[in-house]
Design a protein around this ligand. Structure first.
Ligand code: PRP
Ligand code: ZN
Length: 297
């Protein structure tokens, strides 16, 4: 493949990850001009273009070099990695993205008084994730028949084509609607940035690095809180010990107070009510906890 100076990023066209993927990229300062076919979007603010595709196609597109990076469920990526050796050598998870949490789980008909994994022996399990399921069964020394279905897995037990299923569960609504009960987790999943194992040998390397840095900044910011307060200077050390994961702080003098300072602390997590109440007991006043839009420390 010839040297390229634009990075091509594949995202799900429609479905669970589509909207939050686009929203995350917008937060990273990327904007796009949509094409008429709604398949390709030209990057306006940075030379990073979007390809809108089916999520299941993303690992294949990455391997073929049609796109450089992709936002895809770990479940889809892991199945592709388990399915072919070359995928495992070429692709990897670059960064978990903190949305689209779900799990690949085994579920049985509600009336089945399932107690132990041993009961899976000889049963037929419908799934769209045969490689992940096979590996999971093998690791537990279980022998079961895998029935591969590309969709509507949840109705297989009612149709009699399988005894139970192994499918993605997010809210659990699909299982409930089909009178199925979750009994084991095969894989914890969320949206991830997927990309090549080997670094790009051209301009794309710097673009990928930039995107990664901004993604990390946004993800960090999502969990972070700016905590502001007025505090007795003597309690500074005690206060800092009670704040979660402080990564930056300013201590400012106050014009109107002796022995009191203003503190701004950037915390890596939201302080709990209990932590705030402890701060109050240390003599802190005017406590404010604010979300963080962007951070560049
Ligand atoms: C998954 C899965 C279920 C549904 C479960 O599909 O196949 O149908 O989500 O979600 P729930 O627990 O909230 O009801 P997904 O959205 O990944 O679509 P796809 O399999 O067609 O890609
Ligand atoms: Zn899909």
């Amino acid at each position: 493949m010839s040297a390229r100076d634009r990075l091509r990023l594949a995202v799900q066209k429609s479905g669970r990850l589509a909207e939050p993927s686009r929203e995350l990229l917008a937060r990273c300062g990327l904007s796009f001009r949509e094409s008429r076919d709604r398949l390709f979007c030209y990057g306006e603010t940075l030379p990073i273009d979007l390809l809108l595709v089916r999520d299941d196609d993303i690992p294949g597109l990455l391997q073929q070099g049609v796109c450089d990076l992709g936002i895809v469920g770990r479940n889809v990526l892991a199945e592709a990695l388990a399915a072919s050796e070359s995928a495992g050598e070429n692709l990897r998870e670059w960064l978990p993205l903190g949305f689209g949490a779900c799990r690949l789980a085994l579920a049985v008909p509600q009336e089945w008084g399932f107690l132990e994994l041993r009961e899976l022996a000889g049963k037929r399990i419908a799934t769209s994730y045969p490689m992940l399921l096979r590996r999971w069964l093998e690791q537990r020394g279980l022998r079961a028949e895998i029935v591969v279905l590309s969709g509507s897995v949840e109705i297989a037990p009612r149709l009699g084509t399988a005894d139970l299923i192994c499918d993605l569960v997010s809210t659990g609504a699909t299982l409930a609607a089909n009178q199925l009960r979750e009994v084991a987790t095969v894989l914890e999943s969320e949206a991830v940035l997927a990309g090549p194992v080997r670094p790009f040998g051209d301009e794309r390397a710097a673009l990928a690095e930039l995107l990664l840095r901004r993604l990390r900044g946004v993800l960090e910011g999502r969990a972070s809180r700016l905590v502001m307060m007025r505090a007795p200077v003597s309690a500074l050390a005690e206060i800092e010990r009670r704040l979660p994961r402080v990564s930056a702080r300013n201590v400012l003098p106050l014009a109107d107070a002796h022995g009191a300072v203003a503190i701004q602390a950037l915390c890596g997590a939201e302080p709990s009510w209990a932590q705030l109440e402890e701060l109050k007991r240390l003599g802190v006043e005017n406590l404010l906890v604010l979300p963080v839009e962007k951070a560049l420390l």
